[in-house]
Design a protein around this ligand. Structure first.
Ligand code: PLP
Length: 381
């Protein structure tokens, strides 16, 4: 039986259009963009073209786009780069939420341990919402806020415009982790009113090992990697030209398809949600909230996610329990724990995330198998 992949929040396959672009580039030779000869100039022109494309999709200036190796690097560069880039600000508070990706939590923990930065990690309610009142209270004396656009486990979308505008009015810099938002939510940095934004190639049908940090002109950013004047001295090292070209193609593709694709995926997600809610003892997390159209997080009373995932894997379905980084461990998701779920319930949570290749037929197959798997696991208890 062919495998059915339903874990697009963990990673995505290369889009055929991106594969074509990569194959055509890799068939030839591209010089080092720093070289002055013709081959080098060709490399530079590929790089410039990709940067211009990404910038225009973000409504930014090309000089504000830094290419990195992925979401984790962009986030580290944003948080540590702003801290080390503004030594005279005197501000030592950083604000985030308790449901961020581990790259945000760990970069901030590093700054707390090494530099004495005070980190405020705002709580969320049982639906995954942050209180804007609490958020506003945390802003005085703060250097920077870092929040996720949409949660990778529940899909819950934070009210970014409001949060960014409150930060701006207090002179606080705002970094948006848009790793899950890219290609799924509007990313006009001007309209959002943000200062920095991170996203990753492998979540948008682009190559793994590629990412973007948007850093508004005027924000002082120290590099994490020294060694050359690449990326306007914000990230040393010869550029990953092919990867960058592939990332730009992927970003263009998902941005153009975004609204139509969201509509399509939402309908399929709704079908899955309806079937799940008809199974006794089922629970859909953050059901009433504004969520990514492709994401569904749920659990069944009395069933651990380990056994559910293993049984579904045997049936041919690739889905995951919360974030990919946390899966494999028996620890329940920190996101659901932060939402106040009892550990036992959080240990049952499973995430289905749909993507560009997902078809109605695949959803039919999933729905024809899921209720039986749940019943068998319950009978085996
Ligand atoms: N931020 C969020 C919200 C994510 O979901 C992920 C990856 O799952 C990351 C950051 C890290 O991105 P990358 O895998 O490109 O390092």
């Amino acid at each position: 039986m062919p495998r059915i992949y339903l874990d697009y929040n963990a990673t995505t396959p290369l889009a055929p259009e991106v594969r074509e672009r990569l194959l055509s580039l890799m068939g030839g030779f591209t010089g080092n963009p720093s070289s002055l000869h013709r081959e080098g100039r060709e490399g530079r022109s590929l790089l410039n073209e990709a940067r211009a494309k990404v910038a225009s999709l973000l409504h930014a200036d090309p000089a504000e786009v830094i290419f990195t190796s992925g979401g984790t690097e962009s986030i580290n560069l944003a948080l540590k780069g702003v801290f080390y880039g503004s030594p005279r600000s005197g501000k030592k508070n950083m604000v985030t939420t308790s449901v961020e990706h581990s790259s945000v939590h760990q970069a901030l923990a590093f700054l707390a341990g090494r530099e004495g930065v005070r980190v405020t990690s705002l709580p969320v309610d049982h639906d995954g919402r942050v209180s804007l009142e609490e958020y506003e209270k945390s802003l005085p004396e703060t250097l920077m806020v870092s929040v996720t656009y949409a949660n990778n486990e529940t899909g819950v979308i934070f009210p970014i415009r409001e949060m960014a505008s409150l930060a701006k009015s207090r002179g606080v810099l705002f970094h948006l982790d848009a790793v899950q938002g890219a290609g799924r939510l509007p990313l006009n940095v001007k309209e959002l009113g943000i200062d920095l934004l991170s996203f990753s190639g492998h979540k948008i049908y682009g190559p793994t090992g590629t990412g973007v940090l948007y850093c508004r002109r005027g924000v002082s950013l120290a590099p994490l990697i020294q060694g050359g004047s690449q990326e306007r001295e914000k990230r040393g090292g010869t550029e990953n030209i092919f990867g960058i070209a592939g990332l730009a193609t992927a970003f263009e593709l998902v941005s153009a398809e975004r609204e139509k694709e969201n509509e399509r995926l939402k309908k399929m997600r709704q079908r899955i949600e309806t079937t799940i809610s008809q199974i006794p003892g089922s629970f859909v997390n953050s059901r009433g909230e504004a969520r990514l159209a492709n994401t569904l997080n749920f659990s069944f009373e009395g069933i651990s996610n380990q056994s559910l995932l293993a049984s579904l894997d045997l049936e041919g379905f690739a889905i995951s329990g919360g974030s990919a980084c946390a899966s494999g461990s028996m620890e329940p998701s920190h996101v659901l724990i932060a939402m106040g779920q009892p550990r036992e319930m959080a240990k049952g949570a499973v995430r289905v995330s749909l993507g560009r290749p997902t078809t109605e037929k695949e959803v039919d197959q999933f729905l024809s198998v899921l209720p039986g798997v749940v019943q068998r696991l319950r009978e085996a208890r």
